[in-house]
Design a protein around this ligand. Structure first.
Ligand code: HEM
Length: 463
């Protein structure tokens, strides 16, 4: 039995432990010209911030506001040097300096990023989620008017995002539903918190939830460690990445691969991600009579209760290099049986995703020059151990899975990049990589303070 954890929801920002399920968002990335303007902005945020206190579906607000700070934002607030030195190294460095390590090379390299992003220029981020586009327009205008009134706050970037029909991302897959199961957190809309498949796979076939401290600071993590810095209690780190998607190139690559291999395009699409486009995992539905209508199918809540071992060690069902098997290997990292509790390894590298697409959906067979992609957002307690390991060691490299230099087919940036291996008992297939299907256009690491810390930061005297 897990100890019952009483989470102080009124101390935690919303959208972290539970997704809002609101379909429109705008992110304002701000530069504060003075300490006072940064504090004014935090004071405004503190009086309007949405907390994690659960709401009934009928009380769902039409608009929410949340706030994050970068490391240079903490510096701008004048925190004492001794306190600043306590923040993690990867958070303190401009994300442009992390680019090479994270695979942001070639078409994803910082020279192609939006001006100002990842340079240290951004101090604060205010973001709104709304129910509808008209509400987004009105609230975003009001917010910008308020920032003008406060003064000393320059908009470095403003990004809008909106959910696509059937919760798809631009390549056509249902996205965003496989999330960590966390102790003490009951998923919205459910009475009991047991969600099989989201937590840590146990040797007896069961699952247990992940420790809260993997996501929220100030609580024990999977190793029993607790971050005791008072400013960080009830806070979390947010990774924000603008990822442009080349939908035309992706569709063309699937078409070509289907012609060459004789496999149906939808089978190739499923092997690339590890789930069919409607979200059904290959591990639970290895075979299906695919046709193009699959792209329109909806599964209300795609299942998540599956593992990779012992039945699929070779990846005949779900390739070892498929996106979801890399991003959350579940029980698959047992090093050929050498590690008994293999689920514990993945457990240290989980992230909560709250991404949303930007740009309009591209109709089938259409070609245009519009920019579209994913505003990738994830929350974790330790950016280096969680997000960066998934991105750099698992998605951008194949070593952990016995795949050498093979990269995630969706996220590959190296040119040339090794083809994706699609294992088969008859003869393996090799899918030529198309580096640059997803291109980074900017990245920021932020800290989302708890509510008391937010208030304290907004009134703190310089150190
Ligand atoms: C444009 C870029 C991306 C696309 C199109 C994409 C697409 C998908 C899709 C379709 C799924 C399966 C649906 C779901 O589980 O919700 C998924 C799952 C996931 N993705 Fe991505 N993704 C992208 C970028 C990333 C990045 C950059 C990371 C982290 C470095 C990441 C981490 C994950 C994780 C952790 C899962 C859940 C795996 C599981 O728990 O089984 N994704 N992604």
């Amino acid at each position: 039995m897990c100890p019952v954890i009483d989470i102080p929801y009124d101390e935690v920002q919303g959208n972290v432990l539970h997704g809002y399920g609101l379909e429109h968002a705008v992110y304002l990335l701000l530069h504060a010209t003075t300490r006072v303007s940064a504090q004014e902005c935090l004071r405004y945020a503190h009086s309007h911030v949405e907390t994690a206190v659960p709401w009934e579906s009928e009380d769902k607000p039409s608009c929410t506001l949340n706030v994050g700070l970068t490391y240079t934002g903490l510096e701008r607030l004048g925190l004492p040097a001794i306190d600043l030195a306590e923040w993690p190294d990867v958070f303190r460095r401009p994300t442009r300096e992390r680019a090479a390590d994270l695979g942001d090379v070639g078409p994803s390299s910082p020279e192609h990023w939006e001006r100002g992003l990842g340079t240290g220029q951004v101090h604060l981020m205010l973001f709104l989620h709304t129910r509808s586009e008209p509400v987004l327009r009105t609230k975003a205008r009001e917010l910008r008017d308020e920032l003008d009134r406060l003064g000393g706050l320059e908009v470095v970037a403003c990004h809008e995002a909106h959910a696509l029909i059937m919760m798809r991302e631009h390549f056509g897959y249902a996205d965003g539903f496989a999330q960590p199961d966390i102790e003490g957190v009951t998923p919205r809309g459910r009475r009991s918190r047991a969600v099989r498949g989201g937590g840590v796979p146990l040797a007896d076939g069961g699952w247990r939830p992940l420790k809260l401290g993997e996501f929220l600071l100030g609580y024990p993590d999977e190793d029993g460690n607790v971050d005791r810095c008072s400013l960080r209690v009830n806070g979390t780190f947010m990774v924000y990445r603008k990822l442009e998607q080349d939908v035309v190139a992706f569709r063309e690559a699937l078409r070509r691969a289907a012609e060459v291999s004789g496999l149906h395009e939808e089978v190739i699409a499923a092997k690339v991600v590890g789930r069919w486009r409607d979200g059904m995992p290959l591990e639970l539905l290895p075979h299906r009579t695919p046709d193009s209508s699959l792209r329109e199918e909806v599964v209300d809540q795609p299942p998540n209760d599956f593992r990779y071992l012992p039945h699929d060690r070779q990846g005949y069902v779900c390739p070892r290099g498929a996106h979801v098997r890399r991003a959350n290997p579940r029980d698959a990292l047992d090093f050929d049986g050498a590690v008994a509790e293999s689920g514990r390894l993945s457990a240290r590298h989980r992230i909560i995703r709250r991404s949303m697409p930007y740009g309009t959906e591209l109709r089938d067979d259409a070609v245009d020059d519009e920019k579209r992609g994913l505003l990738f957002v994830c929350f974790n307690a330790d950016i280096a151990r969680q997000f960066e390991t998934v991105q750099a060691d698992w998605c951008n490299d194949g070593d952990s899975f016995g795949l050498g230099a093979e990269q995630d087919y969706l996220l590959a940036t190296r040119d040339p990049s090794a083809p994706m291996t699609i294992p088969s008992k008859v003869s393996p297939g090799f899918l030529p990589a198309v580096p640059g299907l997803v291109r980074t256009r900017g990245s920021e690491y932020l800290f989302l303070p708890g509510i008391t810390a937010l208030r304290n930061l907004s009134v703190a005297k310089p150190g």
